[in-house]
Design a protein around this ligand. Structure first.
Ligand code: GRF
Length: 200
């Protein structure tokens, strides 16, 4: 069973969906750690309730990204973490973690990338009057939501769509898709060494 760390900055509904999938046996993984850069984030309560240890930090208390990522890397090694799962982590991953976990960092994003990367993808799609939105799961590289795409699932944007209704549809997709794709990835191996991971 693979050890994973989930990185999150906010409410953590995706964190919860993964925890639930592990608890029901749908996903054979061990969630070793939550990494969170926002001490007030609700996801920290979810981790505590699930008995999952957290590493919580404030970026501004470190001189640089390299410094806090080196500390994260040490904590991950201590917990024997093999994969990093980003679930609403609102920072770019830097060289330190990318090097240590090459091909083993994934992210979920609420748009059909490459459309609407970055913050507020749902608001961006509505403002652009896009007809479709959806969810992308992708490997992480140094860019903003730019790594190789593993899977996408789309949902239509209706005439009367509101931010709330679109968010609800997208989250419903995310909460099913992320655990099932993690199951596949943790079974077949990393994106660097296993071409099957890229052609799924
Ligand atoms: C999700 O929509 C995810 O796609 C994006 O950030 C959001 C996090 O939501 N990267 P939650 O904290 O998991 O509820």
């Amino acid at each position: 069973m693979k050890n994973i760390a989930i990185f999150a900055s906010g409410s953590g509904s995706n964190f919860q969906a993964i925890v639930d999938a592990v608890q029901t046996g749908e996903l054979a993984a061990h969630i070793s750690l939550l990494v969170c850069d926002k001490p007030e984030a609700y996801v920290i309560h979810r981790a505590r309730a699930a008995n999952i240890p957290s590493f919580v930090f404030r970026a501004k208390e470190y001189p640089s990204k390299e410094d806090f990522e080196k500390e994260i890397a040490r904590v991950l090694s201590r917990h024997n973490v093999e994969w990093i799962v980003l679930a609403g982590y609102m920072r770019l991953i830097g060289a330190t973690l990318l090097k240590q976990y090459e091909g083993r960092i994934v992210n979920i994003h609420p748009s059909l990338l490459p459309e609407f990367p970055g913050k507020d993808a749902i608001g961006q799609a509505l403002a652009a009057k896009a007809r479709w939105s959806g969810v992308t799961i992708h490997y992480v590289d140094e860019g903003m939501d730019t790594g190789p795409i593993i899977v996408q699932e789309r949902t239509p944007i209706e005439e009367n769509e509101t931010r709330e209704s679109l968010q609800q549809k997208i989250q419903a997709i995310e909460h099913k898709l992320y655990p099932s794709i993690l199951k596949m990835l943790l079974t077949i191996g990393d994106g660097k060494h296993d071409e099957k991971a890229r052609t799924y």
